[in-house]
Write a protein that binds this ligand. Structure first.
Ligand code: SAM
Length: 329
């Protein structure tokens, strides 16, 4: 799924809609209240490193929106990736979470230890000086047997790898709330196409990225966050995305288990050539007769393109092409 998820197209062709208007309104709201000094700007004593994707968040409202979306109960274990100067960490701690914060930047470690001495002493905050991509999720001393959630303003250059690592893991988080590049967040939830289904509802345009995430959880676009709320100001706007109900249930059907790798091989093949209809793309890996039979059985339009197929269509294709499901143990 690594390569799959890396196919992030940042072209922004989304049509405007009512949902977007709401997001824009919430963005204005964020701006109106941005004088709040909870972010402790005066604490900043190291400069941003581009190589570490450092764009520090300076919006108490955006931080509150992230904490709210994380839905923290007292004592919840929250994994924060890249606490930086601790702007989000402060609010996660205030909401009663036990925070485990992984930070790669050497300079941030003494800074954070100085900023949160009491929280560290009480055991509410654990700062781990480690590259999150090197973390062994299944065997680590921090959240091995416990349920945990992720809440993080992540460095955008590792978005795909992070999603793959945590969603595919055998110790998945319950929920992920991430600040992402806006176009990537929109792609994950699925952009609306001009076509409608039989009930007149606009069909979502799926991508390899959206199918890869939806196979493991339910993504929800929370709100847009303008680039002006970050220092230094990046070239793109951001958005808060929640991925709820994370599990591997999708890959189980009665006593059958769909092989995850094979499932994504099929999805990837289906999306291989954007201009081709999906059957033509799939002929590269599935014989024509099987495809013909499956298309009739599933009543799928022969001219359909990969982006018009839903997650459940992909599951049905996998289940009906027999080579993919395995007997589950
Ligand atoms: N959370 C802070 C905020 O909201 O202002 C900082 C967010 S900044 C976009 C990303 C943070 O991730 C930086 O502190 C950076 O040093 C850290 N980071 C970058 N790559 C990392 C990695 N591989 N593992 C852990 N932290 C990383």
């Amino acid at each position: 799924m690594k390569e799959i998820i890396y196919e992030e197209n940042t072209n922004d062709n989304t049509e405007e809609n009512t949902e977007e208007d709401i997001r824009e309104n919430s963005e204005e709201h964020i701006e109106e209240n941005n004088s709040d000094q909870n972010v402790r700007e005066s604490d900043s004593n190291f400069s941003a490193k581009k190589s570490l994707g450092q764009n520090f968040l300076h919006s108490p409202q955006a931080i509150s929106a992230m904490v709210f979306a994380t839905d923290i109960k007292k004592g919840d274990v929250i994994l924060e990736i890249g606490p930086g100067k601790g702007a989000l960490t402060v609010k996660l701690l205030e909401s009663g979470a036990k925070v485990i914060a992984f930070e790669k930047d050497d300079r941030a470690i003494p800074f954070l230890r100085k900023k949160f001495p009491d929280e560290i002493k009480k055991g509410d905050l654990t700062i781990v000086h480690e590259d999150i991509l090197k973390l062994d999720i299944e065997n680590n001393p921090y959240f091995k047997a416990s349920k945990y959630k992720i809440s993080a303003n992540i460095p955008y250059y590792i978005t795909g790898e992070l999603l793959r690592k945590f969603l595919e893991s055998n110790n998945q988080p319950e929920k992920m709330v991430l600040m992402l590049q806006k176009e990537v967040a929109r792609r994950i939830v699925g952009e609306e196409s001009k076509k409608t289904d039989k009930n007149g509802v606009k069909i979502k345009k799926e991508s390899i990225l959206s199918i890869s995430v939806k196979a493991y959880g339910t993504p929800k676009y929370i709100t847009t966050v303008s680039r002006k709320f970050f220092r230094p100001v990046p070239n793109v706007d951001s958005a808060i995305l929640a991925i709820n109900n994370i599990s591997k249930d999708f890959f189980y059907e009665k006593d059958m288990k769909i092989d995850e790798n094979k499932f994504f091989e099929v999805v990837k093949a289906g999306f291989a050539h954007k201009r081709k209809i999906v059957v033509k793309n799939l002929e590269e890996i599935i014989d024509k007769e099987t495809l013909k039979r499956v298309w009739i059985e599933l009543k799928i339009d022969t001219n359909v393109r990969a982006e018009e197929l839903s997650l459940s269509d992909w599951k049905n294709i996998a289940l009906n092409t027999n080579c993919f499901p395995q007997k589950s143990l």
